[in-house]
Design a protein around this ligand. Structure first.
Ligand code: GDP
Ligand code: MG
Length: 299
């Protein structure tokens, strides 16, 4: 069973525990210690700029005591998460469209399976749109997930992805679906074509379901850290992202990426993937996350 505290234990150790220990064994925050702390933040995948900003703030507060570092970080991290917006996955009484993007292997199709299952359990009528039409295997995989979840699927193998989404919207309106989950391709090898394809899907939704609630979710693999984040920036322009989902957090020490996403991309993380099974999905909560990081006994 997933446990917030257990899952972020490794992150708590690398991001907070080591840093606070390093600070607290010193009489004062010397440049040497501050540099060491900066390196630790960077290797925890917080991002070079954000790490430098935090350490500069500490450096400039000449009277700050080493024992105040923990509280300082806690406040800064919470502020960063809150300024990126609410972590709550939005849902309305009308049609809800979740537009799922991200590079190959990030966990998009798996996330759709998990979301379909979650919404079905909540009694919703769920339709999945197989918008990754590049590989037949991708549609097959989505088909398996949607059957597992008990959701319906619109699948037109090899067809233009925007037309699959168009068809899904027509069906959803005619048959009163609550939720459409849109799967997409993620092959960055042909970045230009991919971005064209995604913005075409966006236009189809804009035109045919302007009244629908829309979440455009960027899916990121926690283990790709800062690299993944750099790659993902191309999606922000094409689809107007509203939130992020961080996958493969099970056993990973890379929870700091959540802070980097909030800081660098101004996106709230709303969902976290914690395994390969259909129920391995959690809604992210900023306060719980911060508490797990800072109140972890052996952290
Ligand atoms: N451990 C773990 N594996 C995951 C998670 N989410 C996805 N995966 C795995 O990551 C791989 C790629 O997932 P997939 O959904 O096909 O990625 P896509 O290419 O973005 O659609 C698969 O082997 C999944 O089982 C997760 O939260 N935890
Ligand atoms: Mg996929």
């Amino acid at each position: 069973m997933f446990n917030f505290f257990q899952n972020f234990k490794n992150t708590a150790r690398t991001l907070v525990g080591n840093l606070v220990n390093t600070a607290e064994t010193e009489e004062e925050l010397s440049d040497f210690v501050l540099d060491e702390m900066e390196d630790m933040l960077i290797s925890a995948d917080l991002g070079v700029n954000y790490a430098a900003e935090l350490i500069d703030t500490l450096r400039n507060q000449t009277r700050i005591k080493p024992e105040a570092v923990k509280e300082f970080l806690k406040e800064e991290f919470l502020k960063t998460l809150q300024s990126a917006g609410s972590n709550e996955l939005r849902y309305s009484d009308g049609l809800n469209i979740y537009f799922i993007t991200g590079v190959n292997g990030a966990g998009k199709t798996t996330l759709i399976g998990k979301l379909a299952y979650k919404f079905k359990n909540e009694g919703r009528k769920v339709l999945v749109a197989a918008g990754d039409t590049f590989r037949a295997a991708a549609e097959e995989q989505l088909d398996i997930w949607s059957k597992r979840a008990g959701a319906d699927i619109v699948r037109r193998d090899g067809a233009d992805s925007a037309s699959v989404v168009y068809e899904a919207i027509q069906k959803a309106k005619k048959e009163n679906y609550d939720v459409i989950l849109v799967d997409t391709a993620g092959r960055l090898q042909n970045k230009y074509n991919l971005m064209e394809e995604l913005s075409k899907i966006k236009t189809v939704i804009d035109k045919n379901a302007p009244e629908a609630l829309r979440e455009s979710i960027l899916v990121l693999d926690a283990n790709t850290g800062q690299n993944g984040l750099q790659q993902a920036k191309v999606f922000a322009d094409a689809v107007k992202l509203t939130s992020a989902a961080l996958t493969k957090l099970d056993g990973s020490a890379k929870g700091a990426v959540i802070l980097a996403i909030a800081k660098e991309m101004k996106l709230p993380v709303k969902l976290i993937g914690t395994g390969e099974k259909i129920e391995d999905l959690q809604e992210f909560n900023a306060e719980k996350f911060i508490n797990a990081l800072f109140d972890c006994k052996d952290g």
